[in-house]
Ligand binder design. Structure first.
Ligand code: AQP
Length: 332
């Protein structure tokens, strides 16, 4: 039986952080064994916020190296830079004719991301349609999503169903894949906000490429809460609970076990252990990354393979869609 297709992506804005690792990359690593996998670097999504062109270019390649350093097998799976396959943009236009303005204005991510912006670009508003195109183009069966992206996937399903109903079955309806131990990692200084790779305050995040000293410093400075007992209590101790969540995600120990281990010990003892665990997890990734990033030719070849395979898969979808909507085929 053919393996099911799983598709996921991260936008190259900011530095990949431990939130992205725990919420996405760690799961991708496991999923690639059982699924045909497509991992995207969604650079077209990234330009919905301001980017310095030379940095964006560098970051795209750096993300590819970091995906591989986190264990993604580039031979077995396709790693694709979104802008390398023009079908993403083509399908997005067609899907936008099947999406209602009201649906987009209900998206909570749009509401929160546009809150402090003066001139809100239309790309930020139509972002979920591009995400729907990413998914539907490759006929993905499953899409790993964090809680923040669930609403977008729901919309992708609605658009696909609407299109299928209007014409005939064209798109596979993607299912969300919610990892069993999915955790939302919060900012180190503001534990009521999500840890975000594009946060302008680098003390809020642990980047995958931070060196051990910096990791230790950031964990030591991370906000904990009053009291001295190490207990998981998201409401009253959001800072400490966030650190326990990171500890749990990286060790697979249960909260119970962690609480017992640090019973009667100081927060500083827990923080020091947590820093050790993060350093142990990230050091091999950083070492592997430092090797990979020197070999630009290798990374470019991986990307050429990915986009060629991707283009072949998506061509079937796009020609079907063009035919169904009534576009006149061009002479070959
Ligand atoms: N804090 C987090 N905890 C758990 N999972 C997280 N992810 C992101 N932050 C956390 C997961 O990583 C992937 C990144 O997806 P994205 O780059 O498309 O968008 P995002 O969710 O907007 O990520 P960021 O880090 O917050 O990016 P910026 O700062 O650029 O907007 C997704 O699978 C997400 O669930």
């Amino acid at each position: 039986m053919d393996k099911k297709t799983i598709l996921s992506g991260i936008q190259p804005s900011g530095n990949l952080c431990i939130g992205n690792y725990i919420g996405a990359l760690k799961h991708w690593n496991k999923l690639q064994k059982d699924y045909e996998s497509i991992f995207l670097v969604v650079d077209m999504h990234a330009i919905t916020t301001n980017q310095v062109p030379s940095e964006l270019r560098k970051r795209c390649l750096s993300f590819v190296a970091q995906y591989i350093a986190c264990g993604i097998n580039p031979e077995k799976n396709d790693i694709i830079i979104q802008s390398h396959n023009s079908h993403h943009a083509e399908l997005m236009w067609i899907l936008s004719c099947f999406t209602y303005q009201g649906e987009l204005s209900r998206m909570t991510q749009y509401k929160s991301k546009s809150k402090n912006l003066k001139n809100i670009n239309t790309g930020l508003f139509t972002y979920p349609i591009l995400m729907a195109a990413d998914i539907l183009l490759y006929q993905a069966d499953l899409v790993p999503v964090g809680s923040d992206q669930k609403q977008h996937l729901e919309l992708s399903r609605d658009i696909a169903q609407r299109f299928n109903k209007h014409y005939t079955d064209t798109f596979k309806i993607p299912e969300p894949f919610i990892p069993k131990n999915g955790s939302r990692i919060m900012s180190l200084q503001n534990p009521n906000n999500k840890m975000s790779k594009s946060d302008s305050n680098s003390n809020n995040i642990i980047s995958l490429l931070d060196d051990p000293n910096l990791i230790r410093k950031k964990i030591n400075r991370a906000v904990t809460d009053s009291g001295s007992e190490l207990t998981f209590d998201k409401k009253n101790k959001p800072g400490l609970s966030n650190l326990i969540t990171i500890y749990k995600a990286l060790t697979s120990d249960s909260i119970d076990v962690i609480e017992k281990r640090f019973l009667g010990k100081m927060y500083s003892h827990f923080k020091s252990d947590l820093a050790d665990i993060i350093i142990e997890t990230l050091s091999p990734i950083r070492d592997e990354y430092n090797m990979l990033i020197k070999d630009k030719d290798y990374l470019m070849k991986i990307l050429a393979k990915g986009s060629n395979n991707g283009f072949r898969k998506s061509r079937n979808t796009i020609s079907k869609v063009y035919r169904k909507v009534g576009f006149l085929p061009k002479l070959k």
